[in-house]
Design a protein around this ligand. Structure first.
Ligand code: PA5
Length: 455
């Protein structure tokens, strides 16, 4: 536990005021939030189950992963917390063009994610696989989310259509231990299943079988991921002052800046591998904290790519954002070659330089340009993006999110807005007893279209 698992630079996190004063002003609220978090976890309260995941590896994971490796393709069917974490782990730790590798290179099945109920994408996935040689991980905490159920029905049918006698043998459900359609399906057909612990909510489930099964199939060292999360958990549980605690500093900055009118939190990783991390974090932050009128909008920006699309707005637009840079300290590298040609002489400043150091200098330049303008900047460094540090990072962000919510007196584990949308969909699609929700949705939509303009 000697090496830092991460380091947060926050000297430019509270422009216009002394950092020490800003943190002292926030300390009481955060202390209360962190007590509530630890007590909730200790009492195993509903929603707090994620806190125990690093130290309770899901049973049956490696056997199930071995079974899945026998297929040509694996399709994860799930949405929101039942797919964002899977994509995030695959892109952080896997090869960017994984499915294009040969089977020998991959040493594992191809991997697809069917999340949206978009017929274009779903049929495209079907076009890429042979259902009889494919396995389907159907993941849903509730076991009933409409988009997931639609994709599940579609792929189940595709198995039947291509003559698979016992389609349930190509399916594993990852769902609540007791309730939901998927659990009933598992009981009826005897298909394989893994449980999502009752007290773990969808967007906090990545370190359960929901996120780890597909990762294990692709060869991710899930033990190391959990170890990283566990070490982070121990570090976060140590009693230190607020100025030594990156989780509290980050939560304090988010709350304070929101109260000062900066209601957008920009997460800017400088690594393509972490682009999907921003999407995973976006759901975690938005659904956990967007309630009761509160809510800073998470915005993912990828460095250096988005320096060429969003940066102008960040530096020169409204002062309504808090910037969190995410900088890995080591990555695979390339040295830029010297190519002697008169037309290319202007590029001599790049000859012999490492591409990785260029990306790091770009991160530093962008952060500095923002700080120069008086924009609040936080700088989060991680030693590397490997299974161990990714596990730590995941746990850190879950902790910060929960801490921020509890410090604000919000419930970071429910999602009434999402549930309302789900009820409207069920009603409009004819599911009983959601008829009243369908009427209400139609009424609201009439008001939206009460005035319209067209070309
Ligand atoms: O965090 C949540 O609970 C939700 O956003 C879910 O992740 C999402 O709605 C999918 O739900 P489920 O896993 O129950 O299908």
């Amino acid at each position: 536990m000697k090496e830092n698992m991460l380091r947060l630079g926050y000297g430019a996190g509270f422009p216009g005021t002394s950092v020490g004063v800003a943190l002292r002003e926030m300390e009481g609220r955060l202390e209360k939030g962190s007590q509530e978090l630890l007590e909730g976890a200790r009492a195993k309260k509903d929603g707090f189950g994620w806190f125990d995941l690093p130290d309770s590896p899901p049973g049956g994971l490696s056997d199930t992963a071995e079974w899945l490796k026998g297929f040509d393709s694996v399709v994860q069917i799930g949405i929101g917390g039942s797919s964002l974490g899977n994509r995030m782990i695959s892109s952080a730790l896997g090869f960017p063009f994984y499915n294009e590798l040969t089977k020998k290179e991959r040493m594992a099945p191809r991997f697809y994610i069917a999340d949206n109920a978009d017929p274009e994408k779903t049929s495209a996935i079907l076009g890429m696989i042979d259902p009889s040689r494919s396995a389907f991980i159907v993941a849903s905490k509730s076991g009933s989310t409409a988009e997931t159920m639609a994709n599940f029905l579609f792929f189940l049918d595709s198995l039947e259509r291509c003559g698979v006698k016992e389609p349930a043998r190509n399916i594993i459900v990852v769902t609540d231990e007791r309730k939901g359609v998927l659990r009933s399906f598992a009981r009826e057909t005897g298909c394989r299943s893994l449980p999502v612990p009752e007290t773990v909510g969808g967007r906090y489930s990545v370190l359960s079988s929901v996120g780890l099964l597909s990762a294990a199939v692709q060869g991710v060292d899930v033990g190391s991921m959990l170890l990283g999360a566990s070490v982070m958990k121990r570090k976060l549980s140590m009693r230190v002052t607020i100025s030594e605690d990156p989780a509290k500093v980050l939560a304090a900055a988010a709350i304070r800046h929101y109260e000062e009118g900066r209601n957008i939190l920009v997460l800017m990783p400088y690594s393509d591998n972490l682009a999907s991390f921003s999407d995973w974090f976006g759901q975690l932050w938005a659904e956990s904290l967007g309630k009761g009128g509160w809510g800073s909008t998470p915005l993912g920006a990828l460095g250096a790519t988005d320096q060429h699309s969003l940066l102008q707005l960040f530096v020169d637009g409204p002062d309504d954002k808090l910037f969190l840079f995410l900088a890995p300290l080591s990555r695979k590298d390339l040295v830029l070659p010297r190519i002697s040609r008169t037309s290319l002489n202007e590029l001599s400043y790049l000859w012999g330089k490492s591409m990785s150091s260029m990306l790091s200098q770009e991160a530093l330049s962008t952060a500095s340009a923002l700080a120069r303008k008086g924009r609040p900047v936080l700088w989060l460094e991680v030693p590397a993006i490997d299974a161990f540090h990714l596990g730590g990072l995941v746990f850190f962000f879950e902790y910060v999110t929960a801490l921020t919510g509890l410090s604000l007196g919000l419930n970071p584990f429910d999602q009434p807005g999402v549930e309302q949308g789900k009820r409207f969909t069920y009603g409009l699609m004819g599911r009983s007893p959601f008829e009243h929700d369908a009427d209400e949705a139609r009424e609201q939509f009439r008001s939206i279209m009460a005035a319209s303009a067209g070309l």
